[in-house]
Design a protein around this ligand. Structure first.
Ligand code: TNX
Length: 518
């Protein structure tokens, strides 16, 4: 008791000698805890060094994270910023993967004070998440591609952080319009700023097949040749796809590949006549209707085809999930759908992958470890499907179309995008809590959230950026931050501060008028 009663000594400094105290910029997603360390600003200088502290088997990964971080900073600051083993004590930026296991796989602690800046995690992944936070603590001009004038001050702060949900994804539809490897990399650059960890690629649909399958080569050579509107399409060779996988992995994103079945399959049906029940290949399709195509559920060749496709896709995507689609099978008789999904799911588990599919798959028995992706609009049918998935032990990823669909127009004058799920303002997309969205869906059944970007109306990167930003960071916050942290007024202020970062990164974001961009 006597010790506890020891008074805290307030150290006062004359006003003139008062150390710098910069207001900390708002972070997205909001960390679990963050405290200001008044008067403890850190300044990055020409003499700053990055020191690594990691075990032998994690040192390559840690070094890569440090190199990624410093290579951008070298460009904007012009400082040399060498990366060294922590042993020379001079390193005043300390990155460690030797933190306690209690931090969790993605958790980290970050401290900025007058003498040093440190990020401590238990894994390279946690270190990467922490460095993402560090990037947001730096002035926005740190993201610039050319040299900027200092000072490079960071407000003193102590942060402890870890995610609420394990699955935090973004989906890109590369089928309706094809996007090159370079464009996908740019999307990865931008989504990884917000601590997402899954990149779901919608690789096959009516309008195009985009991933190489050696055993069925016409899928890409013919089935991938066009896109919506009839312009040339494209596809990823095995080398291209490997490059996407590697780049995603370097940004701590796991690729979830999707081959949509049994509907959304016109590109495959057009490529191989035998896949059709009547043996006649339909023409390639370049419109935007849905629900008109179906694999032939009764034919054996359908499953030989899927076995080959899932094997070759599984070989190309090392993550543990393979998405088989399953949505909007309006041309598949219902009894056929109920026959098809379990057979297709078995071909996925045969590849040692977890089955993921859109919510409709919950109507059929699912293998252990499956994930159903909710895309409802608060309608009772979709909510029932989510509960049915949970009732059979599957997890649910939430992508409510009226909130998380990035292809929905912001308002009636948004120049592209769709509006079938309603107009989705920045506030509407942010203002929901994953654990209360669907009545009676236990939080334990929720794997996380995902923001899909369908591309019927989006044919270039500028349009993707315009639809994803500023809504994507909000979905990322719903996936990462604690329920108690979710607050539109706080979020809106923090979002405004991202504007100057996006300007530095030349992001074509929608300057929603309700946000105070700065
Ligand atoms: C519905 S939601 C679809 C897609 C469309 C999207 C457009 C779902 C699983 N399927 O085929 O591209 O709407 O918003």
């Amino acid at each position: 008791a006597a010790l506890l009663a020891t008074p805290l000594i307030a150290i006062t400094t004359p006003a003139a000698a008062q150390p710098q105290s910069t207001p900390a910029p708002g972070l997205i997603p909001k960390p679990v805890s963050q405290h200001a360390l008044a008067g403890q600003d850190f300044t990055l200088t020409h003499w700053s060094m990055v020191g690594l502290d990691s075990s032998a088997n994690e040192s390559r990964a840690a070094k890569k994270i440090a190199e990624q971080f410093t290579s951008q900073l070298r460009r904007s600051t012009g400082f040399p910023l060498p990366v060294v083993p922590l042993v020379p004590r001079k390193a005043n930026i300390k990155l460690s993967t030797n933190g306690p296991a209690s931090l969790g796989a993605e958790g980290y602690e970050l401290r900025v004070d007058r003498s040093a800046l440190s990020v401590t995690a238990a894994t390279p992944e946690g270190l990467y998440r922490g460095v993402t936070t560090l990037r947001q603590l730096l002035p926005a001009k740190a993201e610039a591609s050319t040299r900027q004038a200092g000072p490079w001050r960071i407000a003193g702060t102590a942060i402890a952080d870890s995610p609420r949900f394990a699955y935090r994804g973004a989906m890109l539809d590369v089928s309706r319009h094809f996007f090159s490897v370079a464009e996908v990399k740019r999307y990865i650059d931008l989504i990884s700023l917000y601590k997402l960890n899954k990149l779901h690629l919608h690789l096959a649909d009516d309008q195009g097949w985009r991933i190489q399958v050696d055993s069925w080569p016409r899928l890409t050579t013919y089935g991938g040749s066009l896109e919506v509107g009839g312009t040339p399409g494209g596809s990823y060779s095995k080398a291209d796809f490997a490059e996407i996988i590697r780049y995603a992995a370097d940004h701590y994103l796991t690729v979830v590949p999707e081959i949509d079945t049994p509907g959304h399959t016109n590109a495959a049906l057009a490529s191989y006549a035998d896949l059709n029940c009547d043996g006649v290949a339909p023409p390639l399709y370049t419109g935007t209707a849905v629900g008109f195509s179906s694999l032939c559920v009764a034919k054996d060749i359908t499953y030989e085809f899927l076995d080959d496709v899932f094997r070759e896709v599984a070989e190309q995507a090392p993550g543990d999930i393979l998405h088989l689609g399953g949505d909007e099978a309006h041309s598949t008789p219902h009894s056929d759908y109920l026959t098809f999904v379990p057979k297709a799911a078995a071909l996925v588990t045969k590849q040692n992958k977890r089955v993921m599919g859109w919510q409709e798959i919950a109507e059929t028995p699912l293998p252990p470890g499956s994930i159903a992706q909710y895309w409802g609009t608060d309608d009772a049918r979709s909510q029932g499907l989510a509960r049915a998935a949970a009732a059979q032990g599957a997890k649910v990823v939430l992508s409510p179309a009226n909130r998380a669909y990035l292809d929905m127009k912001y308002n009636a004058s948004t120049p592209y995008g769709l509006s079938w799920a309603g107009l989705v303002s920045v506030e509407k997309s942010y203002s929901w809590n994953p654990s209360t969205l669907i009545p009676n869906l236990p939080e334990s059944a929720i794997a996380g959230v995902e923001a899909p970007l369908w591309t019927e109306t989006l044919d270039d990167l500028d349009k993707l950026e315009f639809m994803a930003f500023p809504r994507l960071p909000g979905i990322a916050e719903l996936g990462w931050s604690q329920a108690s942290a979710l607050d539109w007024n706080s979020y809106k202020e923090r979002l405004g501060a991202q504007g100057s970062r996006w300007d530095a990164l030349s992001v074509n974001f929608y300057r929603a008028p309700e946000i105070n961009w700065r």
